[in-house]
Write a protein that binds this ligand. Sequence first.
Ligand code: NAD
Length: 476
Amino acid sequence: MEFFGHVIDGAEVKSASGETFASVDPYTREPWAEVALGGAGEVDRAVTAARRAFDEGPWPRLSRAERGRLLHRLADLIVADTDRLALADTRDMGKPIAQSRGKDVPRAADNFRFFADHARLTPAEALPMDSGHHAYTRYDPVGVAAAIAPWNFPLMLETWKIAPALAWGNTVVLKPAEDTPASATILARLALEAGLPPGVLNVVHGYGPGSAGQALTEHPGIDRITFTGESATGRVISAAAAKHLVPVSLELGGKGANAVFADADLGNAVDWSLKAIFTNAGQVCLAGSRLYVQRPVFEEFLARFTAGAEAMRLGDPKQESTDLGPLASETHYRKVRGYVETVAGEGGTVHSGGLGDGWFVRPTIVTGMPATGRHQREEIFGPVVTVTPFDAEDEVVALMNGTRYGLNAMLFTENLSRAHRVSARLRAGTVWVNCFFIRDLRAPFGGVGDSGVGREGGTFSREFFTEPKAVVMQIS
Ligand code: NAD
């Protein structure tokens, strides 16, 4: 079995205790990698190394152009190592290789390129005053950023946090999800190869509660916590951060709503709605898991959507032709299975799909589910979608806004005024009109309500990973 260690202070190391855990390939349901299991000791060593690299090392003192050059070199190495990185995520969590190779790894490289350039090119404010003074803003790095990541887009989401933190001159300790450790170690090896100084990017593996995750959030030596994961975990991490008054950025769960109006381009709506719920087997915070279709096109939409879902190819995620892999772990499979098995009990009908072999769940379409049913309110995080008819615009806006989550929404309409009107009324961090998951890394990304606190992306990442400082000078 391959071994993946922590990367602390420029070296790949085992845990002091020698303890390890296994990463299980959800397709074979066999362990494929052995991983160092860290705890408070490894976290302390990593934070100390990151602190030293920040306080005494060259990283925060390099020019932005020089840091950017190294981060671009890292992006080049990521691209060159695409196959290994993609296979690591696919083996760890069952993501189809076409997705990990074609989307996640290129986006990881782009994260470094974008934030390196953004930090170099973004102007700061100059504030000419008419009182004989002059004011301007500096954006200084904050110190050590703790990054805690989930398992659904391992490399892509880890780099979404690490890249802006590093580009703005901070050092980082990353705790990847325990189900997806491999690509983080490979990334940290590549960072050293690219020439990032020791201690600038550290990786500690382990679990959350009572393990490396908790130890990291409670460590007094960190200056920021950027977390992506479940809303319940976000609450625990927020409380840990409050103890040392450490600012947190929380990207949490979602229950994406997707409205198809009768005037929509139906083919386009069907295509995007399929992608919105079944990409990554529905294990996407942004998944369009509540689909609302205006009554005049309901039957036609449902027929075309069902045909599309039934045509999807389930299978070995290492095969280029696979659309849906298994769910990421046995624990997660059991959770999603629980939702599939309780559809009738909550008042709905499984229109198409259901459980597959092993840890597979087929693309599952549920109709007739009342708005109060758990399947319409709770994040299932699997390939399960409820489809509900609606009549009026006001009605669908109320339905879409009817959960505690507010990460994103989609709407499909050819009526320009309706697109703007409804977008403005939706309680969500992102609204996609006639598309899904199209990202501009300058845009704010984050959620409302239980979906998160704060925004990242472009200048929003700068605000989080720097201490803006006002400098006011007298002109004599
Ligand atoms: P999770 O909350 O179980 O775990 C996320 C990470 O937190 C893991 O690394 C875990 O080890 C760690 N962790 C758990 N408990 C901890 C604790 N007490 N202290 C410190 N660390 C702890 O989430 P998950 O199951 O890995 O990911 C799925 C969730 O992530 C879903 O709810 C999904 O919607 C959400 N998500 C959100 C976004 C977004 O951008 N908003 C993106 C992807 C995933």
